[in-house]
Write a protein that binds this ligand. Structure first.
Ligand SMILES: Cc1cc2nc3c(=O)[nH]c(=O)nc-3n(C[C@H](O)[C@H](O)[C@H](O)COP(=O)(O)OP(=O)(O)OC[C@H]3O[C@@H](n4cnc5c(N)ncnc54)[C@H](O)[C@@H]3O)c2cc1C
Length: 276
């Protein structure tokens, strides 16, 4: 098996305090030697400069930085400009997404779906970029049907994606089933599970409702029962997520991508417990 890829994800901070906190998080995570640090991109370009600044700062610290780029609500000339800037800075890896239109926004712009963005990046930049795309083992919340969602994932690979990172999930079977479907459909790009450490029940419940990730009943009930006892939530969450990661790796997952939410502690503990 090729070497597994362990990576981390940040969002671009919006305040000077947030910038400092993220620097401290990176200092704490750097000894883990993540394969890359990805940086999210607000839909419609709301964090365009913040994403680039954060990516360049990460790179200057000697880590590999990977910008996300989302296409909904934007235009081809704007994406062309963003690609040219990344290229001029020697960035060679992107996570290409559709993104979600902010509520109230109506103008979808030049792109409707992520496969169109992947096609555009390939048309504009050839093989310069390694392109990651999103995958949904529990299906995207707007998908018309599971089968159509899978076909839409296939479109992104056919358009030139090199690998995929999944939405987070707590049910390893959903991931393994998705990978089996890829194998059966001759899709051979690595599909890396996205891992969400659990730090707060309310935040997790809100995110999960929005992105269609299921929190299994036994996990939800247990987390609810801790109320505002955050130490117990974190301890239980670490046990659950460590077991999930171990099962995924035992089952052949090609790596893990950690949604750090710009915090170092839980991701570090997970890496240590997993011995990675
Ligand atoms: C690893 C990861 C990183 C993320 N990073 C960011 C980020 O930085 N910024 C951000 O704004 N969001 C981010 N997101 C969230 C993502 O933008 C949303 O989940 C969004 O709703 C869908 O993006 P997508 O790229 O998966 O879209 P798509 O692949 O375009 O899919 C969106 C929906 O449209 C359907 N669909 C896709 N293609 C077609 C087609 N050709 N015809 C008809 N239907 C189609 C799909 O079935 C799905 O229901 C991330 C998600 C993941 C998993």
């Amino acid at each position: 098996m090729t070497a597994r890829i362990y990576s981390v994800e940040f969002f671009p901070p919006r305040t000077p305090d947030g910038v400092e906190k993220l620097r401290a998080t990176r200092r704490a995570l750097a000894p883990l030697e993540p394969a890359f640090c990805s940086v999210t991109f607000g839909a419609g370009g709301s964090t365009r400069e913040g994403t680039l600044e954060t990516v360049l700062e990460i790179r200057d610290e000697g880590l590999t930085a990977t910008p996300h780029i989302s296409c909904i609500g934007t235009t081809q000339p704007i994406v062309r400009d963003v690609l040219a800037r990344y290229k001029s800075h020697g960035i060679r890896h992107l996570v290409a997404l559709r993104g979600d239109l902010p509520s109230g926004a109506v103008d979808a712009g030049d792109f409707r779906y992520a496969n169109e963005l992947v096609e555009f990046v390939r048309r504009e930049s050839g093989d310069w970029f390694h392109i990651d795309v999103a995958a949904y083992p529990e299906y995207h919340p707007q998908a018309k049907s599971p089968d159509e969602d899978f076909v839409n994932f296939q479109r992104k690979v056919a358009a030139g994606a090199n690998s995929a990172i999944t939405q987070y999930f707590f049910n390893a079977d959903a991931y393994f089933r998705f990978v089996e479907q890829c194998v059966a459909s001759a899709i051979d790009v690595p599909v890396v599970p996205g891992i969400m450490p659990i730090s707060s029940y309310t935040k997790l419940a809100r995110f999960s409702d929005a992105c269609g990730a299921e929190i299994p009943r036994w996990i939800r009930r247990k987390l609810e029962s801790y109320g505002d006892d955050s130490a117990s939530i974190r301890a239980f969450g670490l046990d659950v997520v460590t077991k999930l990661c171990a099962d995924l790796l035992d089952g052949g997952a090609p790596g893990l991508h950690f949604y750090t939410l710009n915090q170092a502690a839980l991701t570090t503990t997970l890496w240590q417990r997993l011995g990675i």
